[in-house]
Structure formats: structure tokens, C-alpha cells
Design a protein around this ligand. Structure first.
Ligand SMILES: [Ca+2]
Length: 473
């Protein structure tokens, strides 16, 4: 099946391009910065890969927080409060919010141990401006900054610090402080011991090599973002003299599938061959992640193939994004290698478990079904259709390569029996019960690597529903 990869790599490259060109592409997690500015310290300032999801708070309970709140967006999108939830969890910081049903949204009341009072509230600021909408009703885009600030409404300015990310030891650099709410220079802000002038500019000199996290502060203003400046000796490449630690990168796939340890079924979270690949990385006190690269490799299923070097094809090359969509071939399995590189060119990679793309009930060339199956459209099914056999005698047959095979479908309350046969060895399944769509109905025993034949036959006693079949390398 590896010759298919050449076609899919091109398809995937086009999919990546269309993702950039068309914001209407399917919802995907985005990489954003989440910051919480307390009364006297910065509580949180972390990059996070986030998507809209349910949020639970001690005072507010569990509610959706994906932009569909109050009908703000027709389908789920990443939101500020879901991003705060992700960032707080990743950082081990607790927070709280009340839920307002009329408003269909949360109001943040506490971050870490800083609670709102009768006159001091937590305010939401997105990309430097106060948000007009609730934190579950704003769509975040890649690179956005989410800021929750204590006593925000009493402040006269929202500071932002900008400047070069690299400097030479002993040589001054100019940094600029602005008030993002008004878009004007911010005077009298202190930065690294210096003070900004009427034009918002301050000159800062670093006495030693290092990675400096600078903030602009002023008593009546919300303190700024951290500007990370690498100070290096003259002639050294930026950040190299102070950052020798690679980022920690992880994929958004999470743990492998409990039914197929070490594997992941694309049908677990998705419904089509276009699967979502997402990732994130932390650079700790380093210079910060500069970009990501993502490659794909089809997992070979031939005997002895495990010794062969995988052939990696680039899906994303040195881009600052945190997700992409990849369209795989039915019945194939793919690994993704995700590499994060920091500004000092330290890099780290992770390779995901194989992701299996099930063969749909409509993939006639692969899964051959006899008479006796009736197809219906089901929005939550793999490939958006399933087949039912009401009586005994409906048969199916699939040739596959690999070491295991799984049936994907749904048990029915009045379900009947299904006989599965692999390489002549049969087993009868009673598919009666209650499960959601795209459940794993059965996983075969481990098989020798190579070619196999799966046969299915309904045995009556009630209807049988089949959605997809997933071979595993
Ligand atoms: Ca299906």
C-alpha cells in the first residue's frame, strides 16, 4: 500500500494549503498564549494548544464552552475560557468561575488564590482589547493572546512590550511600550530598570549573557506580556549562548486506544479519512519555540518490514501552527513525526502511535458485502453511513494485510448474532446492548504479519449493524 502514500502526501499538502487559505475549514485546535495577570504578579503566561470544549468549575459546574454558547457561532471553535482551562490545568493552577444561564457563559471569579471582590473583577482581554463577549463566545485564531487580568476595569491602560528578540551584551536596544486599548505609546512604564518616555520607547542594556523575560509595569496599568530577549556575546548566533535545552513536544492524540494498545483508531474521535493532527510544545525557561515541522510515514504491514527505515514525507515545514488535517487511505495506518525547534535551533521530536484509518462500509473495492445489507445515513457513523442486516445470511468479506483487525459499529438493544471468521477460524459475536456509534465491537486475536481474509455473516436473532472494519499493521 506504500505507493498510495505519494498520492496522499500531495493531497495532504493541498489540504494544508487550503487550511491556511480557507478559514472555513473544519474546526481545529490553535496555538495561543494564555496569560493571567494578578494584582502583583503574573500568575500564568504559557503557550497552549486549545480547542473549544466543556469546562467544569467548582462554582459553575460543567457547561459547554466552544463558541456555540448563546448561538455565537454555528459550530465549535476554540475559545478564551476553554484555553484558560487548558493552560491552568497544564500549569497546575486552579481557577473558578460562576455560570450565568441567561448569558450562556462563565464569569471568571478567581485565578490561583486571587479572587474577585465586590469592586475588583477579573476582565477578559483578547489581543490587547477588552472583549465585548463572554469567554465562551469568542473565536480564537492561531497566535492569539488571551489575557485575564485582576481589577482590569479600574486600570487606565493595557501595556504591551515589543522589541527585538535578541541583543548583544553591553549594547543598548530600544523597546516600545504601548497601551493596546487606545493604541497609543505608554509613557512612565518601567522595563528592566529603565522607564519609557512620552514616545513609549525605553533603552535597555544587558550586562551578561542570558535569556531575559522582560515586562513593562505601571501602577495604574495592566502589566505587559513577557518579551523574551536572548542576550549573546558579539558574534554569537541569537540565543545560542544561553539556551541549550530542546523544547518538550507532544502530540494531541493522547494515549493509545484501549482496545488496540499501541494503536489509535481514527474512528475514535473522527468520522472521515480526513483526520486532525495537532501538537504543542513547551520550552520552559528557554528562548521559545520558533516553529514546527510534521512528517508522515505509512506504517508498513509486510513481514520483516519493521526493520526497515520508515520513509518520512513532509506535511508541514517550519511553520508556527499547531494542527493540520491529513487525508489518509482507507485501511492504511500512519505515524506522524512532530518536531519543535526553538530560537536557539535546539529541536525535539515525537513519533505518534500508528493511527488506523478504518475501511468504511461503502469502500466496495476493499469490503465486499453480499445482498441482505441495507445502508442508512448516520451523521455520527464512520463515513456517515452504516449497513444493517435484519436476517441471517448477509455476508461480507475483506482481504487485508496486518496483524490484527477490529470491527467498528454499534451494538443494538435488540441486536442479533454475527459470525466473524479470520483465516478460517470462526467466532460468534452477540452484538446486543447499548453503545455509541463507532464503538469497537470486536478485535481479532494477534495474527502473523501478512495477508489475511476476514469473513462476516449475520446469523439472525435480531438486526446487526456494521460501520467499518479496521486492519492494524
Ligand atoms: Ca460507515
Amino acid at each position: 500500500m506504500s505507493n498510495r502514500l505519494r498520492n496522499t502526501a500531495l493531497t495532504a499538502a493541498l489540504a494544508v494549503l487550503s487550511l491556511v487559505a480557507a478559514p472555513a475549514a473544519p474546526a481545529a485546535p490553535v496555538g495561543v498564549t494564555v496569560r493571567a495577570e494578578g494584582a502583583s504578579t503574573t500568575i500564568l503566561e504559557v503557550p497552549v494548544t486549545s480547542d473549544g470544549h466543556d469546562v467544569t468549575t467548582p462554582s459553575g459546574g460543567t457547561h459547554t464552552c466552544d463558541g456555540t454558547n448563546g448561538g455565537a457561532f454555528p459550530s465549535p471553535v476554540p475559545t478564551p475560557t476553554a484555553a484558560l482551562d487548558d493552560a491552568a490545568r497544564a500549569s497546575g493552577v486552579s481557577w473558578d468561575a460562576d455560570w450565568f444561564q441567561d448569558f450562556s457563559d462563565f464569569i471568571v471569579t478567581r485565578v490561583a488564590n486571587e479572587s474577585a471582590t465586590s469592586s475588583q473583577f477579573w476582565g477578559l482581554i483578547v489581543n490587547g482589547k477588552f472583549s465585548d463577549s463572554g469567554g465562551c463566545q469568542v473565536q480564537l485564531s492561531q497566535g492569539d493572546e488571551v489575557l485575564y487580568a485582576f481589577d482590569a476595569f479600574a486600570k487606565s491602560a493595557i501595556l504591551r512590550l515589543a522589541g527585538p528578540g535578541a541583543a548583544t551584551v553591553g549594547q543598548p536596544v530600544n523597546l516600545t511600550v504601548i497601551d493596546t486599548q487606545s493604541g497609543t505609546p505608554a509613557a512612565n512604564a518601567s522595563v528592566h530598570g529603565a522607564t519609557s518616555g512620552a514616545d513609549g520607547i525605553t533603552s535597555v542594556t544587558f550586562g551578561a549573557e542570558g535569556i531575559y523575560r522582560l515586562k513593562a509595569e505601571r501602577a495604574d496599568a495592566i502589566r505587559s506580556n513577557a518579551l523574551v530577549v536572548c542576550a549573546d556575546l558579539a558574534g554569537a548566533a541569537p540565543c545560542t549562548s544561553s539556551d541549550s535545552t530542546a523544547p518538550v513536544v507532544e502530540s494531541g492524540f493522547g494515549p493509545s486506544d484501549p482496545d488496540l494498545p499501541g494503536r489509535r483508531l481514527a474512528s475514535r474521535n473522527g468520522r472521515s479519512r480526513t483526520i486532525l493532527v495537532s501538537w504543542g510544545a513547551q520550552d520552559g525557561v528557554g528562548s521559545g519555540v520558533a516553529h514546527y515541522s510534521v512528517e508522515v510515514s505509512e506504517v508498513s504491514d509486510g513481514p520483516g518490514a519493521s526493520q526497515a527505515e520508515p520513509e518520512w514525507r513532509t506535511l508541514l515545514d517550519k511553520a508556527p501552527t499547531n494542527s493540520l488535517h491529513f487525508r489518509g487511505e482507507s485501511g492504511d495506518a500512519y505515524r506522524y513525526r512532530i518536531t519543535a525547534t526553538d530560537r536557539a535551533l535546539n529541536s525535539a521530536s515525537v513519533v505518534t502511535d500508528p493511527v488506523l484509518i478504518p475501511v468504511d462500509d461503502r469502500d466496495r473495492g476493499l469490503l465486499r458485502l453480499s445482498r441482505g445489507w441495507r445502508r442508512t445515513r448516520v451523521a455520527n457513523a464512520w463515513g456517515r453511513t452504516v449497513v444493517h442486516a435484519r436476517r441471517a445470511g448477509a455476508a461480507g468479506r475483506m482481504r487485508f494485510r496486518g496483524t490484527q483487525v477490529a470491527l467498528i459499529g454499534r451494538k443494538l438493544p435488540n441486536g442479533g448474532r454475527l459470525r466473524v471468521t479470520v483465516d478460517g477460524k470462526s467466532r460468534t459475536l452477540r452484538v446486543r446492548g447499548r453503545t455509541g456509534h463507532r464503538s469497537v465491537l470486536w478485535v481479532s486475536p494477534k495474527l502473523d504479519a501478512g495477508a489475511h481474509v476476514l469473513r462476516l455473516r449475520s446469523l439472525g436473532g435480531g438486526p446487526v449493524e456494521l460501520d467499518a472494519v479496521a486492519p492494524s499493521p
